[in-house]
Design a protein around this ligand. Structure first.
Ligand code: C2E
Ligand code: MG
Ligand code: MG
Ligand code: MG
Length: 285
């Protein structure tokens, strides 16, 4: 936008706006079409136990490859789907796909690899959220114990009174519950005490400079101690180096997730990865 010379600058700015609008319109049309056609896939990123290197589960991350738009990041289309309400059918489809993928893991002989699913706050706050989840599980003959629900701080802070009872019911169904991107959202910690949470995932922004910045290290250390006092397990997300792994292990972090061990993988590559990992680390999955 910084072009200064009169009409040119204006035209440039206008063009940018125009391109943005066109993209949003295209995104809208294509997203609706893709939801109708179930045109999404899931990739899965392993989570590794820091102490014994066992694979303790995977996180499902949605992927969308579109003819006209190319690869669209979930960081772009999830917020748009949330604004437009499209997140409800999309979120239900993601759950459905996760059930199908779990079946594929079981068919490959891996019965003990729980799948974590990111749940949008908009979906969570729907009146019939629990029923919709229950319905999908039943339709797929799937059990909640094989799944974990990842929510952000924003999700659990909104309409807090109903939140507790929803979370309790999810626990009763058999889901594990985790707080995603911890440290980036709401600043009150009181919900950590009130809600039945199993796992806390420290956001990548804290992990990124953990080796060079003392204050990041202090914060991560404090989060780990606090989580353990509250009987929660801790996942470090976005771990990319051996030094980060070492440091996190020293601090008592339970689980590691990040490119250092594996990027998110399509289901067939995940199955190969688990097979390799099983041999390498004498695990049983
Ligand atoms: P998230 O749930 O915190 O997921 C972690 C993101 O970090 C993923 O990006 C993952 O690919 C990326 N990541 C993992 N390890 C590393 C690493 O070592 N380095 C770096 N630089 N990045 C790493 P992705 O798949 O693009 O997803 C972005 C966000 O979009 C997710 O953040 C989540 O908030 C949302 N999202 C993705 N899939 C879904 C979904 O199925 N449903 C919903 N509601 N949201 C989703
Ligand atoms: Mg997540
Ligand atoms: Mg996360
Ligand atoms: Mg994150």
């Amino acid at each position: 936008f910084s072009k200064q010379n009169g009409r040119n600058g204006y035209a440039f700015y206008f063009d940018e706006l125009h391109t943005d609008t066109k993209r949003v319109l295209l995104l809208d049309t294509e997203l609706r079409k893709a939801i109708d056609q179930r045109d999404f896939t899931l990739h899965f990123q392993p989570k590794i136990d820091a102490k014994n290197l066992q694979l303790i589960g995977v996180e499902a991350l949605v992927r969308w490859q579109n003819d006209k738009l190319g690869f669209v990041s979930p960081a772009e289309f999830i917020p748009y789907a949330e604004e437009t309400g499209l997140i409800i059918p999309l979120s239900e489809m993601i759950f459905e796909l996760a059930c199908e993928s779990h079946k594929q893991l079981v068919d490959a002989g891996y019965t003990k690899v729980p799948i974590a699913i990111n749940v949008s706050s908009i979906h969570f706050q729907q009146q019939n959220f629990l029923e919709s989840i229950q319905h999908i599980l039943e339709r797929n003959n799937a059990s909640a114990v094989n799944f974990e629900i990842e929510m952000t701080e924003r999700t659990v802070m909104n309409s807090a009174s109903e939140t507790v009872s929803k979370l309790v019911k999810l626990k009763q169904m058999g889901f594990k519950l985790s707080i995603d991107d911890f440290g980036t959202g709401y600043s009150s910690l009181s919900y950590l005490v009130r809600f039945p949470l199993d796992i806390l995932k420290i956001d990548r922004s804290f992990i990124q400079h953990i080796c060079s910045l003392d204050d990041k290290q202090a914060v991560v250390d404090a989060i780990i101690q606090m989580s353990h006092r509250l009987k929660m397990k801790v996942v470090a997300e976005g771990v990319e180096s051996a030094q980060q792994v070492e440091l996190l292990k020293e601090m008592g972090c339970d689980y590691i997730q990040g490119y250092y061990y594996s990027k998110p993988l399509p289901i067939n590559e995940l199955i190969d990865f688990i097979q390799f990992w099983e041999v390498e680390h004498q695990g049983r999955y």
